[in-house]
Design a protein around this ligand. Structure first.
Ligand code: ATP
Length: 511
């Protein structure tokens, strides 16, 4: 399936089955804002729970927080967002379309990378088992030439951005002959900086003194509470504070469904460490986070690391975990070594000490920080898009199925009486009542059983429990599994235990 087609299908499916709706749709929607429907909210909650369990419950030294969205405006001065949370934007004079200059350049580099990958794949095919990718990349003249091009572009871009040389960024776009992706025009305006924070006013005060911002990241709520949590929780370094919450960015272009929204949700964890240990903790968290993703079983090929070439003002090392979305590999999560930038800057701006007394060293210091930051909505899109499949079955029929990892599936089990009479619905409801306290379940008695299975496949329900006439005699039911469509006859008394085992986070995280 072509990638564009796939994204369109996923968006259509998400709407048709109640996962994601455009915001305020009766008024024709609002750009880059979406609502999560009855199944979307379940999937979202399950993803949050998977993250919270892995990060907070399974780590003795990580605790949670729920800070407010509004913060004292000086917070954003201290964090650097007022002065530096900008994206370089550029307009095309012919098409009147607006783009992020950095994204245009990244996409250009992406095209060169794709050519390298094409060469690698071709060579792999030709040489078979004997193929040594590292050696090929280091010696093949085509690959070397392209890699030099990429390195040159990246270096020029970094220098221009570091020197705030926006004319240099425009020159780079012109030199690379980058055209408007939609129209092919190369008639560009100058590059300008655009601040991404949403401003509003607090209470009745208007004018500059009352200006506050919607938080553009959840992290600062953690930094300003660092001492509150450390002291009241008697936390010892190293320790972490985790938070799930909304963030707001006035994105220049917000396309690609829930990948880039102006209101979105983040799951962030700041890990406070002794200065000088950031290298090892950065590696530790890179490793932990990629494992968390891979445990879902979506497939290792879906993920890759991407090191940042232009580091944010607060970072001494940073990388992304990229996911192979229908639009290609894009950032899903960031892992940043934030040094002591934030805490130090809050000390300076607030005049309050934000230091830790280390009993082992017998001295005070401002801790360093490693941050892991993942977008909940991007994770939702990763799960939804990778699990969306259209299958041709052996009997010639087709089905659309969401192969969502069972622990994340919005509905864990559907209880289905084979017919709507003879006491089967009553028996089915008895089973439902036993399950629904622990699992989100559905009851469905309408239409032929095959059609009901298809409906459950389409929303990703991993187990269907069918009650038939024999059930009344032998107290056994059929459990039909979504992916393999296998059917097992099991005792009603075992159903709860079977479902519990198969959908458990313990199984996923313990493995
Ligand atoms: P991008 O380069 O895609 O704009 P970023 O590097 O600015 O992202 P971070 O500031 O590192 O993103 O934010 C951490 C995470 O928050 C990202 O990895 C992403 O999953 C999520 N995120 C950031 N911006 C958005 C957005 N506009 N919509 C949805 N999720 C977002």
């Amino acid at each position: 399936m072509a990638q564009d087609d796939k994204l369109k299908k996923v968006i259509g499916h998400a709407k048709e089955y109640g996962f994601v709706f455009p915001s305020s749709e009766i008024y024709d929607g609002l750009s880059a804002a979406y609502d999560y429907g009855q199944l979307g909210v379940e999937l979202k909650n399950n993803i949050k729970n998977y993250w919270w369990t892995a990060m907070v419950k399974m780590h003795e030294n990580i605790v949670g927080l729920d800070a407010s969205i509004f913060m004292h405006p000086t917070t954003w001065k201290a964090s650097g967002h007022v002065d530096a949370f900008n994206d370089p934007l550029i307009d095309n004079k012919d098409s009147k379309k607006r783009y992020r200059a950095d994204v245009l350049i990244e996409e250009h580099v992406g095209k060169i990378e794709a050519k390298i990958m094409k060469d690698v794949t071709k060579a792999k095919k030709r040489f078979g088992d004997a193929f040594d990718e590292k050696q090929f990349r280091e010696t093949n003249p085509n690959v070397l030439r392209r890699q030099t091009q990429i390195d040159d572009i990246n270096a020029r871009f970094k220098t221009a951005m570091d020197n705030e040389d926006l004319a240099g960024v425009k020159q780079l776009i012109e030199d690379l002959e980058i055209a408007d992706p939609e129209t092919g025009s190369r008639n560009w305006t100058d590059v300008r900086q655009f601040n991404l924070m949403f401003k509003t006013e607090l209470g009745a005060v208007s004018g500059d003194s009352g200006v506050i911002y919607l938080r553009p990241e959840t992290a600062q709520g953690i930094f300003v509470n660092f001492l509150n949590v450390q002291k009241t929780g008697r936390m010892k370094i190293p320790f972490g504070i985790a938070q799930i919450g909304k963030a707001f960015r006035n994105e220049i272009i917000a396309r690609q469904f829930i990948f880039r929204m102006r209101e979105f949700e983040q799951m962030e964890m700041q890990f406070f460490i002794k200065p000088g240990t950031q290298g090892e903790w950065y590696d530790y968290w890179k490793n932990q986070r990629i494992k968390w993703h891979q445990k879902l079983g979506i497939g290792e090929d879906f993920y890759r690391f991407h090191d940042h070439i232009k580091l944010a003002h607060y970072a001494d090392a940073a990388c992304d975990i990229e996911f192979n979305f229908p639009m290609g590999f894009k950032e899903l999560e960031g892992i940043h070594s934030r040094t002591d930038f934030d805490l130090k800057s809050h000390e300076e701006h607030s005049g309050k000490k934000l230091q830790y007394f280390d009993p082992e060293e017998n001295k005070n210091y401002v801790p360093y920080v490693i941050e892991t930051s993942i977008g909940l909505d991007r994770m939702f899109l990763a799960v939804l898009s990778s699990s969306f499949n259209e299958e041709k079955l052996e009997d010639g029929n087709e089905r659309t199925v969401l192969n969502i990892p069972p622990a994340l599936a919005p509905v864990k089990a559907a209880v289905l009486p084979l017919v709507k009479k003879d006491g089967l619905p009553e028996k089915a409801r008895e089973i439902l009542r036993d399950l629904q306290f622990d699992f989100n379940c559905q009851y469905d008695e309408k239409d032929a059983i095959g059609r009901r299975y298809r409906r459950q496949d389409a929303i990703g329900t991993p187990y269907c429990i069918t009650v038939d006439h024999d059930t009344l005699e032998d107290n056994m039911v059929t459990i039909r599994e979504r992916d393999g469509m296998t059917q097992d006859r099991v005792a009603i008394a075992d159903v709860h235990k079977i479902i519990a085992e198969r959908v458990s986070l313990r199984k996923l995280l313990g493995e």
